[in-house]
Every structure is written in structure tokens, then in C-alpha cells.
Design a protein around this ligand. Sequence first.
Ligand SMILES: [Zn+2]
Length: 108
Amino acid sequence: MKVQTPFEWNQRSRLLEQRERSRRLRGDLRTAATTRSEYEPHDVVDDEAAIQADVLDAKLEAIEIALERIESGNYGSCTSCNAEIGEQRLEALPTATTCRSCAASDVA
Ligand SMILES: [Zn+2]
């Protein structure tokens, strides 16, 4: 039943690639944040690493959601108004779950 379009397939491999990269990076950051703070005073660099790791956690979560949406066939439809998100927007932001106008009104 899962028929993926070439576009979805392409997005899926991009997301998997991003997930790999983010996971590696996050591991490095966590290591940097924990190993250093054990014998050095907690400094700005450690905080920076922890913040970046948190950002990556959020990104990884968004990637998981996008991958699930591809699996379930919901990828590309806006979670807020059900409109097509549009391939152009998804190309730029593969983890997007809302269309351009919903994203815009969300920010405002
Ligand atoms: Zn929308």
C-alpha cells in the first residue's frame, strides 16, 4: 500500500542522511559537553555544546516525524490546513509539516 513517489523517495534518503549526520554530531557534542565539564569549570563552551546538542535533538525529532509521515503517506500535506505543502518548500525544508501560509501565520 505504501507507494512512494520519486520525490518522496528522494526526500527520504535526504532525511536519512541528515539523521546520520545529526546523530554523529550530537554524539560528539554530548561527549565534548560531559568529558570536559568533569575536570574543567563549567564554561561558555560547554553551554554552547549543550545548546547545540539540544538543537540537534529537536532536529532529529523533526526528521523522525518527517520519515514517519513519508511511511504513512501523509508527507507533503499541511498538518494545519491539509493543503499541499509544495515540493519547493519541502526541497528547502524536508522536515516541514505545514504549508507556507500556515507557517507564516504561526510565526506572526
Ligand atoms: Zn496549511
